[in-house]
Write a protein that binds this ligand. Structure first.
Ligand SMILES: C[S@@+](CC[C@H](N)C(=O)[O-])C[C@H]1O[C@@H](n2cnc3c(N)ncnc32)[C@H](O)[C@@H]1O
Length: 305
């Protein structure tokens, strides 16, 4: 895939669980696809992968309607950088004046009216940058407890992120759709390429991220019959557990591994590693540049596969 290797990965305006910002260069370098058909992403999330890879044509879908409606509103020019600046400046001022009551008033309004600008506000002022919905499909993330959240610098940062996506949407043939992944994949044709990043299994904390072993098996069944090339992201292992399904898939796919670290709390001793796998249809795996820094990944690859 096209990636100049030196450019910085840019971050979209909407954050979500499992966002793949760190993995974008790794994903781009691992895939061999000429870009003739459509880039299909049935689990779009934040959009960070597609937006950085910039395929000419794409079908970008997610079951979460709020994410998709936000990008559709940019596409229709209803949300522009200027609109975002004015909205966040006004609501940010009220947040300073009224404190967390204003966050919860916007949350209530969003759950009633589902306005994409309210979604952006909540997404950027919620605790830990989480997007989480309860069983009724209502956003239930608590306030980050920073009434000064929307400083001029923070607003400009978000406006620039919106401008970036806004400009991309002017020049690329991208369709955004609210859809179940199976529906999205049913439209794939041989010249397309699908990048799949389903939710982690068994974390039922979020209404739009329900995913269990049965879903994984069903997805793998559909992939066997898929008309186009594909790459599937899955966690491989952490210090405590291994995802055995990746080992099984390595018999029929090219599996590339990326290791990174995350912190639980601020202390250095709580720094943990996690290895992520990219499981690629063998005809679409880039065989050069198979190893990705840091070097420990090489050891992991050598010993595992
Ligand atoms: C791990 S996240 C994707 C993250 C994304 N690659 C990124 O970097 O931001 C998984 C996404 O799958 C979506 N999702 C969950 N179940 C789905 C389903 N049945 N069909 C389509 N999308 C689904 C969730 O709403 C979530 O946005």
């Amino acid at each position: 895939m096209r990636w100049n290797g030196t450019g910085k990965v840019r971050v979209p305006p909407i954050k979500c669980q499992g966002i793949k910002t760190k993995l974008v260069p790794f994903i781009a370098r691992s895939i061999r696809w000429q870009g003739e058909g459509r880039w299909i992403e049935p689990f779009l999330g934040s959009g960070v992968v597609a937006f950085n890879l910039k395929p000419r044509r794409a079908l970008l879908a997610d079951i979460n309607p709020h994410i998709i409606r936000f990008y559709q509103a940019i596409q229709r020019n209803e949300i522009t950088p200027q609109v975002v600046r004015e909205f966040l400046t006004e609501e940010g001022r009220r947040l300073v004046r009224e404190g967390e009551a204003h966050y919860y008033a916007i949350r209530e309004r969003f759950n009633r009216e589902q306005n994409p600008l309210d979604f952006l506000f909540l997404n950027r002022a919620g605790f830990n940058g989480l997007v989480r919905f309860n069983r009724q499909g209502e956003l239930n993330v608590p306030f980050c407890r920073k009434p000064e959240r929307f400083s001029p610098a923070y607003i400009s940062k978000i406006v620039n992120q919106v401008r970036w996506v806004y400009q991309l949407l002017q020049t690329h043939e991208w369709e955004f759709r609210v859809a179940h992944w199976e529906q999205t994949l049913s439209e794939a044709t041989p010249s397309d390429f699908a990048y799949l990043d389903p939710p982690y299994e068994g974390r039922h904390a979020d209404y739009y991220n329900q995913w269990d072993t049965e879903d994984t098996h069903h997805l793998l069944e559909i992939l066997k019959r898929l008309q186009c090339g594909y790459a599937l992201s899955m966690w491989l292992e952490n210090p405590y557990r291994q995802n055995m399904i990746v080992y099984y898939l390595s018999q029929s796919h090219v599996v590339k591994v990326y290791e990174h670290f995350y912190h639980v709390g601020a202390e250095e001793k709580n720094r943990n590693w996690i290895r992520e796998a990219l499981i690629i249809h063998p005809d679409f795996a880039c065989m050069e540049d198979t190893l990705v820094s840091p070097c420990s990944v090489q050891a992991a690859q050598g010993s595992l596969f």
